[in-house]
Design a protein around this ligand. Sequence first.
Ligand SMILES: C[S@@+](CC[C@H](N)C(=O)[O-])C[C@H]1O[C@@H](n2cnc3c(N)ncnc32)[C@H](O)[C@@H]1O
Length: 451
Amino acid sequence: MKLLDPRHIAYEVLRRVDEGAYSDLALDAALRAAPGIDPRDRGLATELVYGVLRRRGSLDFALGRFCSQPLEKVEAGVRTLLRLGTYQILHLDRVPAPAAVHETVELARTLGLERATGFINGILRALIRGAAAIPWPDPQKATLAHLEQVLSLPPWLARRWRRELGDEEALALAAAMLEPAPFTLRVNTLRLERDAYLEELRKAGYEVQATRYAPEGVRVTARLPGALPGTGEGFCQVQDEASMLIARLLDPQPGERILDACAAPGGKTTHIAALSGNAAAILALDLHPKRVRLIGEGAYRLGCEGIETSDWDLTRPPGFLDAESFDRVLVDAPCSGLGVLRRNPETRWRRIEADIGRLALLQGTILGNVAPLVRPGGTLLYSLCTLTPEETDGVVDAFLAGHPDFVREDLRLSAPAGWQELFDDRGALSTFPHRHGGMDAFFAVRFRRRG
Ligand SMILES: C[S@@+](CC[C@H](N)C(=O)[O-])C[C@H]1O[C@@H](n2cnc3c(N)ncnc32)[C@H](O)[C@@H]1O
């Protein structure tokens, strides 16, 4: 195998994703296995993997014009090669189109798909000749088709976002979800202040700026290959800006006992520890023991203290914990993840609509099982990286209906003035990448237990 060939790496990663792997983990593993790879090739492999997964709907629409048989009937490996070639022809200026065809055909040979080289060559050459005449559906006249065939939403999601958000917002959100997510870091304020880290990054040659909303966030606009400065010293944690708002909304205080109910891999747990100045007692639970270990590792790297971890399935009441024993509880629940499609592009094609009702039930069960742990007067924060009405308002309303001892707080009343645009008209956090400077789409509601 040509371990250093970026197209070959992308092909292998896409194949693994087809088999069920997560794209970020599969890509990390493939790049780790190619330590000598040129940084530009590393960038190309990354762009190919994410680009093909994000834009699969439009790539398949374009290919459909030139392929004599339905794409789903084409052998999986050949289909992946066609998508890789099409992505390079339609979206990569730096690769001349004939070179994209040549490289794709050569890769087919390397992979032992010699018999398909004529087929691939014919389709990709026809695509180059006919690209300008592809009848892309118009966003205004054929909105649904545009959402699917240009903006690459699966049909069920295109219909949903149109219905829930209206045409204009659905188009803007879908377009934003095609862009790479910004690369943001949370500065570990247990180690240093944001300004000091910004200076350190700039000195090292990075282009960085402070995030607009999160006081400890840094957006990296140009980075260098290799580890970030201060990685070993635990200066920062890679985290989206919207995700940084969650621990802020929980508002942990020194001396408090805090439960992070769905905590792995621990991005928010370690943030909670930092905001409390390492002076809170935090219990971090998660379903998967393997993922629970990541919380401990992150806490160690970042110098967080006071965090205890344990695995527990919160579809069962955590009988080992005393009722009313926590000042604050965070439920950063498992969800459909539609707000982070940029980071997990395979979710677009893996998620099915039936998942949503099932996840809303799971979220309601988890909330119901942790609610008795909140002390009277204490806080329960429910957060998600999605935007479906079932998982957001639906779960919140059902929880309140079943728990009259909890009231919902309007987050706008306690949030900083500059954050007001981040909340909906019921006072829930509701961020969107196309409205809020590129942040992921997150949702959060805070409940207070009556005193
Ligand atoms: C959105 S992620 C949490 C991210 C985490 N809070 C962070 O900031 O790093 C949701 C988590 O819920 C966990 N989970 C899923 N089902 C669960 C269950 N039944 N009980 C407890 N945790 C569960 C998943 O393993 C996953 O780690």
